[in-house]
Design a protein around this ligand. Structure first.
Ligand code: 5CA
Length: 436
């Protein structure tokens, strides 16, 4: 993509109401714009990051055996009346009336609807177990939307739902999602710590929040210092015993949010207990028959007996992750995207738009990178070099490839790694080889 044809409204000054680094940087780097309180338009560069995150989430859900579908954002109040949640949910729910006077709502989550849909289609024990998911916009009329996309009112969530015949099966589904979550966040360059959590309006008694550590996080968290080490999430999830063993090992080291602290255990930990602030990027629940019972979902068992399936639900804050990743990965000059979620891999900078040789070399490299399938953003504008560098640093692409008149005379281009700052001069061919 040529920057001369793109829409990248970068700004120098962060707006006064942006408090945390990620919010400031998302506005400055032209990733999003707020259109109403807590509601954001995703500009081209931000949209690409959102899509990258979505793809990683999707791949790990598919790998865990979940099946993708898509439910609407607007839901009939009937589903919620049937489960008794319509009144219980409170003012966070955006309630809408259509021209016929029917009650609708903008979905804050989908337990009620998915249970009704699955109930109407699954009749036998052979239809279970199943995990279904979608990636869809949600609306919660948060009392205090803040920190940009991290606590928005409209936000993108991956929500998955599991249906099992018994408690043991439900636990397997929960464990599979548990592993999928660890893998998902690791692929984005994040270390997420699973912590026992409260279940709130979703219900149930087994629940974990996945928290990444960041000074600007909304919750205070407490954990064993073993969580500072890198971990491998290599386990065969089809081997039930291995899967349970793995989840047990991941929950063995103390980790708790503010609401779930255990004073006795903390006292034993001494100075191995660490404290930080954290951002919740995912939350999983097992709540048994809460919704299936309320909605009268039953399937016939092998002996003709009727079974009420047990459910779990599993949420990832897809749009929140954009902010969370920036919180975890930025410096004084701007964002530092981990490569798997970067909007482009390479920023190609032509230092002199008025120099024929520079233009020719830059155009040639651009064409070759595009042909090789490398995602490249080409700054071909007629601007000062300094401004171009500042923009590239701000938007944080992993590699900067710089073409200048002095280098061309010596037969070299300059390649810089945004994360490490390492810079090398090399031939255009060698640069291509490194990037492809
Ligand atoms: N139905 C369950 C799981 S599918 C559920 O709704 N869980 S949740 O309430 O914990 O939300 C799931 C994830 O969505 C959270 O972990 C968080 O990452 C994200 N999220 C929740 N509220 C917001 C918000 N206001 N803005 C951005 N992301 C949010």
């Amino acid at each position: 993509m040529r920057l001369s044809r793109y829409f990248l409204p970068v700004t120098k000054e962060p707006p006064a109401d942006a408090q945390v680094a990620s919010h400031k940087l998302m506005l400055r780097a032209g990733l999003v714009r707020q259109t109403s309180a807590g509601i954001y338009a995703w500009l081209p560069l931000g949209h690409r990051v959102l899509k990258k995150i979505e793809s990683i989430v999707r791949e790990e859900q598919d790998r865990a055996g979940a099946v993708e579908m898509l439910m609407p954002t607007i839901q009939s109040a009937e589903y919620w009346r049937d489960t008794g949640r319509y009144e219980a949910y409170g003012p966070e729910m955006l309630r809408i009336e259509d021209r016929q006077g029917r009650d609708l709502l903008y979905g804050p989550t989908n337990e009620d609807m998915i249970t009704a849909l699955f109930r109407d289609g699954a009749k036998s024990y052979r239809d279970l177990p199943r995990m279904l998911y979608h990636i869809q916009w949600k609306f919660r009329d948060e009392i205090r939307p803040r920190f940009g996309v991290m606590r928005g009112r409209e936000f993108l969530m991956k929500d998955a739902y599991s249906f099992d015949l018994d408690e043991a099966g439900g636990r397997i589904s929960y464990n599979k999602q548990f592993v999928a979550y660890l893998r998902t966040f690791k692929r984005m360059g994040l270390r997420a710590i699973p912590m026992q959590a409260d279940t709130g309006p979703i219900g149930g008694d087994l629940s974990h929040e996945f928290i990444i550590l960041a000074d600007s996080g909304e919750s205070e968290v407490f954990f064993h210092k073993n969580w500072e080490q890198d971990r491998s999430y290599d386990v065969d999830v089809e081997d039930t015993a291995a899967l349970q063993g793995f989840v047990d090992s991941m929950t063995a080291d103390y980790a708790a949010t503010d609401e779930k602290r255990d004073e006795e255990r903390e006292a034993e930990l001494g100075d191995t207990l660490l404290k930080s602030r954290g951002i919740e990027v995912g939350h999983i629940f097992f709540f048994g028959d809460k919704y299936t019972k309320a909605l009268g979902m039953q399937v016939s068992g092998p002996g003709g007996d009727m079974i009420t399936p047990l459910m779990g639900s599993y949420g990832v804050g897809v749009s929140r992750l954009v902010g969370a990743i920036i919180e975890a990965s930025h410096d004084d000059n701007g964002i530092v995207w981990p490569e798997p979620v970067a909007p482009y891999k390479v920023g190609l900078i032509n230092m002199r738009a008025d120099d024929e040789a520079c233009v020719a070399t830059s155009d040639d490299l651009y064409a070759k990178l595009e042909a090789a399938g490398v995602e490249v953003l080409y700054d071909d504008r007629d601007e000062r070099g300094g401004a171009k560098f500042a923009t590239m640093d701000l938007i944080g692409l992993p590699w900067q490839l710089v073409i200048g008149p002095r280098g061309i005379k010596n037969g070299v281009v300059e390649l810089t790694n945004r994360a490490t700052g390492e810079r090398e001069e090399l031939s255009a061919e060698s640069a291509l080889e490194k990037l492809v």
